[in-house]
Design a protein around this ligand. Structure first.
Ligand SMILES: [Zn+2]
Length: 431
């Protein structure tokens, strides 16, 4: 099936922080999709075709769908929980909540809510942590598959320092992960991420099994947490007294590489930064979470200068919004506190092509390049009275994007497409 989607199209083909001509913008643009793929993008006048079904989104912007590179699916009902920093927050709110995902029927119901929320916020792909229970990953992959959404996800492996209801064992974690990989990895658009939660909740035996999985399935992602909070780092190093630093724990178990997504990566030692750059391991910035849990300020410019690839993410439920727009807003403020700048072009690149590159999926998502999937977000820069009033004075595309970045949220999402299919009406009915 072919269709034409008309709007003000914007897509990045390079990183605006590195090159001047990083994007293509068509004020009266169009995207032709065929069977879920982008067939062509350009000026409407050049692409119009009376034989095609036409959907007109003008004056809204059309970008590639947002990508969230770190989020916790089982935390949809602990987002906005008061008063704790990381380790307390996990013990008080998160682990008890995640234990519910072992109950019959809970994970499938929450998976639908989770995907409804992502789509309502314009996010079409996420790298998601599930609970320790394999049925949580089953539920998320099945729900994403039925919507044709590309998910990167995995059941967490954790075998200590948490209540028994959310623990596995090294062998069970290995067996369950392996079965899920065999069933879901590259099944449709689904991809598996081997997911040791973090070093505190995995014994050396479990991390060894994680390394074994990474060797057996080298094209699976690996996702975990690194150096989020000072107490966490001290506790971690006390559990691994032989480690040179926090990263060394993952390094010594063979986990480093371009498929590794390291959530937070805030309080890093010079050796860790150098090794992340050499191995192309990804540092994932989670601004709303870092502020909410009081964790610290991500050093974007420092990591960039060192050559560490980065992504940006919500980290719901430590994060406080599903919106990548609000994530970019808080990211801007964190970088302000570090004396760094997040220009709107760099911001929107990060949430689309940048995050696709962090996941190694830029051939499938993150741009409007022909041949990639037609996962799109349609942005309304006048979605609220305050935005409309501010937009009346905006003169440039950069200004408009910055208004979306600072004032936008799910109200600014006029439509979300997954593989060429509009998802939002269905989503609003479901919600
Ligand atoms: Zn996290």
């Amino acid at each position: 099936m072919r269709q034409l989607i008309r709007g003000r199209t914007l897509s990045f083909h390079a990183d605006p922080a590195e090159t001047e001509n990083a994007f293509t913008f068509h004020e009266d643009g169009a995207i032709i999709t065929r069977d879920g793929l982008i067939e062509a993008v350009g000026d409407y006048a050049a692409l119009r075709d009376p034989d095609l079904t036409e959907i007109n989104h003008r004056p809204h912007l059309i970008l590639p769908g947002f990508i969230d590179t770190h989020i916790h699916f089982p935390q949809v009902q602990v987002i906005a929980s008061w008063g704790a920093q990381l380790l307390d927050w996990l013990n008080t709110y998160t682990f008890p909540e995640e234990s519910r995902f072992g109950q019959q029927g809970h994970a499938p119901a929450m998976a639908e809510h989770f995907l409804d929320l992502l789509l309502a916020h314009g996010t079409t792909t996420a790298a998601a942590f599930c609970s320790v229970h394999p049925q949580s990953a089953e539920a998320l992959f099945a729900a994403a598959g039925s919507r044709n959404m590309a998910m990167v996800a995995g059941k967490v492996m954790m075998d200590r320092n948490a209540p028994p209801a959310v623990l596995d064992t090294p062998q069970q974690g290995y067996d369950d992960s392996k079965a899920l990989i065999e069933k879901w990895h590259r099944h449709g658009r689904q991809r598996y991420a081997i997911t040791p939660r973090f070093a505190i909740t995995s014994t050396p035996e479990q991390l060894a099994m994680t390394g074994q999985l990474a060797r057996e399935y080298p094209d699976c992602h690996i996702q975990t947490h690194l150096s989020e909070n000072r107490d966490e780092i001290a506790y971690t190093l006390s559990l691994y007294p032989g480690a040179r630093d926090y990263l060394d724990i993952y390094e010594s178990h063979g986990l480093l590489g371009e498929r590794l997504l390291l959530g937070h990566s805030i309080h890093l030692e010079p050796r860790e930064i150098a090794r992340m750059a050499e191995t192309r391991s990804r540092a994932i910035f989670c601004p709303t979470s870092n502020l909410f849990l009081g964790s610290g300020l991500f050093d974007e410019a420092g990591l960039r200068a060192a050559g560490v690839p980065t992504g940006i993410a919500t980290d719901v439920g430590g994060g406080t919004s599903y919106s990548m727009l609000q994530t970019l807003n808080e990211g801007y403020k964190i970088l302000q506190l570090r004396g760094q700048k997040l220009h709107p072009f760099a911001a929107f690149h990060w949430a689309t092509r940048g995050n696709a590159r962090a996941l190694g999926l830029e051939d499938e998502i993150g741009t409007l390049a022909p041949g990639t999937m037609a996962d799109l977000v349609v942005l309304d820069s006048r979605a609220t009275p305050a935005m409309a009033l501010r937009m009346a004075r905006a003169e440039t595309l950069a200004e408009e994007l910055f208004i979306l970045q600072i004032l936008g949220d799910d109200r600014a999402i006029a439509q979300t497409y997954v593989a060429g299919q509009p998802m939002l009406d269905r989503n609003r009915k479901a919600a």
